[in-house]
Ligand binder design. Sequence first.
Ligand SMILES: NC(=O)c1ccc[n+]([C@@H]2O[C@H](COP(=O)([O-])OP(=O)(O)OC[C@H]3O[C@@H](n4cnc5c(N)ncnc54)[C@H](O)[C@@H]3O)[C@@H](O)[C@H]2O)c1
Length: 349
Amino acid sequence: MDRLRIAVAGCGVAARAHTNRLARRRDVRIVALADPDLQAAQRLAEGLIGAGPGVEAEGPTVFGDHVSMLRAVHPDALAVFTPHLHHFRVALDGLLAGCHVFVEKPLCTNVQEATDLVNVARARDRILAVGHQYRLRPTLKQAKQRLAEGRIGRPRLAVGLLAQPWLAAHAGGEDSWRFDPRIAGSGILTDSGDHLLDTLLWVLGTPALEATAIQDRLDSGLDVVTAAAVKLAPNLPATLAVSGVSAGSLFELTILGETGALRVSETLLQERLGDQPFQTIAEEVSGSAGDGPDFQVSQVAGDSIDDDFVEAARGRRFPSCPGDQALGTVKLLEAIARSAATGRPVAIA
Ligand SMILES: NC(=O)c1ccc[n+]([C@@H]2O[C@H](COP(=O)([O-])OP(=O)(O)OC[C@H]3O[C@@H](n4cnc5c(N)ncnc54)[C@H](O)[C@@H]3O)[C@@H](O)[C@H]2O)c1
């Protein structure tokens, strides 16, 4: 394969950030863009002209739907940046057309569809990768490694917190898909909170077994605050708090082990051994540059989630978040929402 020919479905904010990174690669060609809003696709195509070696001089070809695009272009890979509800259909069509597929998070809005995608990708021997880019943060990678090395002993409790002025940031866009639970799946829990859920499961290397939750919701049913108790492995509970009505942003995970503790964010890793004070292990002083208003976590240069996908599609590595692992996050998302709706603990199969 000379160049990985990538097609894109969904040409909004996320697509702009991802395609600008992909355009910098010499081994990629962004061949086509599809969006039912043709003007959005055209704007993105024009913006990509001259963005880098990954785009031809005339820019990508534009389509009004992903099915015609797949039929006309036969890409090697499809990147899906649509609203959540459409992830399943578009990604499935991509896999059935023989593409490796990158899907922005969440993989799907429900467990059944996420399971189907994972099974189809496996049966067709295609890469299915999901946009949980926190996994690429050096601080979180180191936290995972230190836990695996047993530096803080057996983990006994995890505490996760994600807060953003999510509602305020999207104010004025109440008619957009993010405010429609049928399209978004849920509110902040799915839109940003799934990064916290994914990070928790990935750092600890365990699936979730049960969730109990309460949520504060808007009249439309959209959650803006979630407090959840999650059973991970036997004897490993976690508490998770997600707020979309916070004045500022926070992302923190604390893991208490039998002989020490780890405290980690996107930019800081601290470790405590025994009853000693916390020591800083890693700190990213530059902070997170971001790639736009919705991208509050930057990627480290040369190792973006897009580079990760391209390397995986070219057979050089496993994707940092393969579909089967993202399925675990969808299961936890669904269990939390169901528990909040029923007031009962929900077991996760
Ligand atoms: N990883 C992150 O931190 C992060 C940040 C922002 C957004 N995202 C994700 O990216 C995805 C898109 O979000 P966004 O902010 O770019 O939304 P957006 O509204 O800016 O863009 C979505 C685009 O998809 C188009 N679309 C709708 N249905 C389609 C279909 N069937 N086929 C093709 N295009 C279709 C819309 O017309 C729109 O142009 C979501 O999954 C979102 O959660 C992830």
